[in-house]
Design a protein around this ligand. Structure first.
Ligand code: SF4
Length: 449
């Protein structure tokens, strides 16, 4: 790699799990607008459902999610009752009975739910939606609180994929992020999952955490590969204490610098490839026979708020406080705080706080950005044609890439863009060339690498 591109391109850019990104959502999308969007959906639309459980029993200091620390089950149980009402509210508004192809439980920690509550909410969902025969039902799982009984309960509820939060196995790193989770604990939970026929195993790892070294990250990868999950996400820790005040508990002097972060990621990434994993986009890896690796070959990988996915549903409906959904008409986000969410549902209103209606131009730029994020290449002529735009509609973005082409980050051939191997860690920066909103609004982002 040419001398220090990581320093030259030390910029803050979005992760592009949506476009326009969440800081550009506005209050034009109201409960009424969302209600109308739901009414306009074609009943043949394959739905994706996202449920947010905004509770944890302890705060991990690196956490970037919306969650609330609770020591009793009552708030969780009351929240479940509200979710049940929200399911009815949404299903009543839809113009017919819809089929769900993907269901994702995120948080916070869905591991907070009891087995009986899992059955209760899944029964309600099955009463209000059809589930495709091969529907993916995925849950984020915290091994520190998952028990064998819990795993059996989610298996009986139909869960077939689990995302296991790990971050790192090094006790010193775990202590610095307030998340003590020995390797054997994680391995035990994965064994339970597989014994209960939950064979889709994702593991979430992190680089750029306090006290992480390159050797430590390699050791983390080797331990993970021993467990052999189907998919691995290797996220860069985003230190944004101005947004997440608990991150102030992480000492900045313990964090690796930008150059070290880059070396950690690239060595970890190479190690995963040596161990047989296929790289997907920015930060995901999959075994070659996994659906995500197969989708990569077919250029059908998608990116949504959960990261890289094979979920191609045109409509993801959000349930729960702060949950974000994506419909053909635009994005919608449920309200925070929790009491406002509960109040809206109890009043029989959609608990919408904000969102973003998409223009034709937004959809064009979104397509270019998502193809770059997923395929690491993009044929702008094809994208423009698919949106009935003139071939030069994205040329302004192309021009912004000239310095990155000179630095060997991208190769530009006419209107075809391809990231080089050394340019891969800069994929968000390349995608940002087509972001018409970058630099405007309130958003502050994380480091490009
Ligand atoms: S368990 Fe997950 S959501 Fe909860 S605090 Fe830790 S990282 Fe955040």
């Amino acid at each position: 790699m040419k001398a220090d591109l990581t320093t030259k391109y030390d910029m803050l850019v979005p992760r592009y799990t949506s476009y326009p990104t969440a800081p550009h959502f506005n209050d034009d999308v109201t409960a009424d607008v969302y209600g109308r969007w739901l009414c306009e959906l074609d009943p043949k639309t394959a739905l994706s459902l996202y449920f947010h459980i905004p509770f944890c029993d302890e705060m991990c200091w690196f956490c970037g999610c919306y969650t609330k620390i609770v020591k009793r089950y009552e708030p969780v149980s009351e929240y479940l009752n509200t979710l049940l009402k929200e399911i009815d509210l949404v299903a009543d508004r839809l113009p017919g009975r819809f089929s769900a192809h993907h269901l994702h439980w995120g948080g916070g920690s869905p591991t907070m739910l009891t087995g009986p509550d899992w059955m209760r909410i899944m029964d309600k969902l099955r009463a209000r939606f059809d589930f495709a025969q091969n529907a993916e039902i995925a849950v984020e799982m915290d091994p520190r609180t998952a028990t064998l009984d819990y795993v059996r309960a989610v298996a009986s509820a139909g869960v077939n994929r689990a995302s296991i939060g790990v971050q790192d196995f090094d006790p010193k790193v775990q202590e610095a992020i307030n998340r003590i989770q020995p390797f054997e604990m994680t391995r035990q939970v994965v064994d339970w999952l597989r014994d209960n026929a939950i064979d889709g195993i994702n593991m979430d790892l992190m680089y750029g955490l306090p006290h992480q070294s390159v050797d430590g990250v390699i050791d983390m990868i080797d331990k993970t590969v021993e467990i052999r999950p189907n998919r691995i996400a290797l996220f860069g820790y985003a230190h944004v204490p101005w947004m997440k005040s608990h991150q102030k508990l992480i000492k900045e002097e313990d964090l690796p610098d930008n150059r070290q972060r880059w070396v950690q990621f690239s060595r970890a990434s190479d190690r995963l490839e040596e161990r047989g994993y296929v790289k997907i986009g920015l930060d995901h890896f999959a075994l070659p026979d996994d659906a995500l690796a197969i989708a990569l070959k077919n250029h059908t990988v998608h990116r949504n708020f959960q990261g890289y996915t094979v979920d191609d549903s045109p409509a993801m409906l959000p349930f729960g406080a702060s949950a974000i959904g994506a419909l053909p008409q635009g994005y919608v986000q449920n309200v925070l705080p929790l009491r406002d969410y509960t109040r809206a549902i109890d009043a029989g209103e959609f608990p919408v706080q904000r969102g973003r209606a998409l223009t034709a131009r937004d959809k064009l730029e979104a397509d270019a950005i998502m193809r770059i994020m997923c395929d690491l290449e993009c044929d702008l002529d094809q994208v423009c044609a698919a949106h009935d735009m003139t071939p030069d509609a994205l040329d302004a973005g192309l021009e912004k890439l000239a310095p990155m082409a000179a630095d060997g980050i991208v190769v530009i051939d006419g209107r075809h863009i391809r990231l080089t191997a050394q340019g891969r860690p800069f994929v968000r920066l390349v995608a940002s060339a087509f972001d018409a909103y970058l630099g405007s609004g309130q958003g502050r982002h994380s480091k490009a690498v």
